[in-house]
Design a protein around this ligand. Structure first.
Ligand SMILES: N[C@@H](CCC(=O)N[C@@H](CS)C(=O)NCC(=O)O)C(=O)O
Length: 215
């Protein structure tokens, strides 16, 4: 039995989708990020870094999407959610690493350009410059994913993998920061294919995702 600490609409959706795709037995524990629950004493005992997702596997806590997603795939080999070939697996993790280390931080800065200043306001001009740079980085990443999907149906080609649920998170975030995601035809078709998958739809419904309203 797995317990997933998550918050709707955040990057924890990738693990949520994957558990469902794998047919895992799991429960979910919602952490109210908007109320700061991730910084509270109780959740710090689960993840001292105060972030979702965290996956509890019989008392062993795993954090970070790049660790959680391959871990789940390995626990459910029959679900075939990770490439069997070592080089292909490395490519898959490579893209997950890029999403987590480049694209995710760009989204966070686009949404909260004031955060680098901490307690001290950086001023409107500096915050605007941070926001503009973050949005440019994010949009370039969305275009890169769109190009990648132009001649393949899934992020890794013919095989549907853990990377697909993770990529969907970023499509949703692009909409959230008012980017013209529908102009990215291949990425948008991918989003539609994802929504057609029963496991994905179930999680989007459970997380009350705006992606369904837009579909
Ligand atoms: N690199 C981490 C990032 C985790 C992360 O930043 N999660 C966000 C939600 S998308 C979070 O918990 N934010 C709460 C906060 O920063 O206070 C991963 O991929 O698991």
């Amino acid at each position: 039995m797995y317990s997933l600490y998550f918050c709707p609409g955040t990057c924890s959706m990738a693990a949520h989708i994957l558990l469902e795709e794998c047919g895992a037995e799991y429960e979910t524990i919602a952490i109210a990020l908007g109320k700061g629950e991730q910084r509270g004493e109780a959740y710090r005992k689960i993840n001292p870094h105060g972030k979702v997702p965290a996956l509890d596997v019989g008392g062993e806590i795993i954090t970070q999407n790049v660790a959680i997603l391959p871990y789940i795939c390995r626990a459910f080999p029959d679900a075939n959610m990770a490439p069997a070939d070592s080089a292909e697996l490395a490519r898959c993790v490579e893209t997950a690493g890029w999403l987590t280390s480049v694209v995710h931080p760009a989204f966070a800065l686009a949404l909260h350009p004031e955060r680098p200043g901490g307690e001290t306001s950086l001023g409107d001009d500096a915050e605007k410059a941070i926001e503009d740079a973050a949005r440019a980085t994010y949009w370039a990443a969305m275009e890169e994913i769109d190009r990648r999907l132009s001649d393949q149906q899934w992020m890794m080609g013919d095989q549907y993998t853990f990377l697909d649920g993770y990529a969907l998170v970023f499509y949703g975030w692009g909409k959230r920061i008012n980017m013209p995601m529908e102009n990215l035809k291949s990425f948008t078709s991918f989003k539609d294919r994802m929504i057609d998958r029963p496991a994905v739809r179930k999680i989007l419904e459970k997380e009350n995702s705006p992606l369904l309203a837009a579909a």
